[in-house]
Ligand binder design. Structure first.
Ligand code: 13P
Ligand code: ZN
Length: 277
């Protein structure tokens, strides 16, 4: 089968374009990776043409031998749908989890996203934590989440609670909450380590003054997670712009009732009493 005919490649392209249409991917902002299933690799591997091994910049031993579909560093999400073979590539991880090589794509030159270390370390955490179910890691420059990182304290408790309060579906969509990484230099191992620590606990991690990472089983769930958190942030930005003091909101006890009826576990650390709404 041709690579572009594979269903997972089409799903990946659609998700990248959906992100572009949301306005989360100015210029080359954001990146997306998918851990390809064995049977999907088998169905397209006749098209592979391996390049040279390159260092990943970190070690991901539990991803040894895996293949990833990834957006390219410096490539624009806007162009993915028009020329996927230029914007996207497939990278194979070596037997030690220390190097990768491009086996398909980037036809006009290129390499995986500069956030490949963060993506791979998050994939490794999620693969281990979910018995291999999670396959998608998505980084987007979500405008309203970024705006909030200038005015809210950079704590998991505050971001989780404030975003949960803005839309009733939020605690059901991300019951484990959302983590926050303070501002750090992007693109390297240090920010990857901090993000992957948070991914042990959450499916969403905010990078202060930069954007957000989401992890999930498939394209729908991962895009939906990013979309839900960013929409909630948009409502909070509107609320704070109208009046910094809410007149009413969803209370800790409301959340406890919701948790019972929707059969989700909402950690008490996020249901603290506040002095003002
Ligand atoms: P890349 O073009 O290397 O994917 O970088 C974009 C980005 O968002 C960095 O955080
Ligand atoms: Zn970024």
């Amino acid at each position: 089968m041709k690579v572009l005919d594979a269903e997972f490649v089409q799903g990946f392209i659609r998700m990248a374009n959906d992100g572009w249409e949301q306005g989360w991917h100015e210029r080359n902002g954001g990146n997306l990776t998918y851990r390809i299933k064995d049977e999907e690799v088998e169905s397209i591997k006749e098209n592979f043409n391996p390049g040279e091994w390159q260092p990943i910049g970190t070690t991901v031993s539990n991803l040894a031998g895996e293949y990833f579909l990834t957006t390219g560093s410096g490539k624009y999400f806007r162009n993915v749908i028009l020329d996927p073979e230029d914007s996207l590539g497939i990278a194979e991880i070596d037997e030690k989890g220390e190097n990768y090589r491009v086996v398909w794509g980037f036809v006009n030159g290129g390499r995986p996203t500069s956030e490949f270390p963060s993506h791979l370390m998050n994939h490794e955490v999620k693969k281990l934590a979910t018995g291999g179910k999670y396959r998608v890691i998505y980084h987007a420059h979500t405008t309203n989440i970024i705006a909030l990182t200038f005015v809210l304290p950079l704590s998991d408790e505050v971001f989780t609670r404030e975003l949960w309060e803005m839309a009733t579906e939020c605690p059901v969509v991300f019951p484990s909450g959302i983590g926050v990484v303070p501002w750090m230099v992007p693109g390297g191992r240090d920010i990857a380590v901090e993000t992957s620590k948070l991914m042990k606990k959450y499916d969403l991690a905010i990078w202060a003054h930069h954007g957000m990472f989401a992890a999930g089983e498939d394209f729908d769930l991962t895009f939906g997670l990013m979309h839900t958190a960013e929409k909630s942030a948009e409502i909070l930005v509107k609320v704070l712009s109208m009046n910094p003091h809410k007149l009413q909101t969803i209370t800790p006890d409301d959340f406890r009732h919701l948790a019972k009826d929707f059969n989700v576990n909402l950690p008490e650390e996020f249901l603290y009493e506040k002095k003002t709404l």
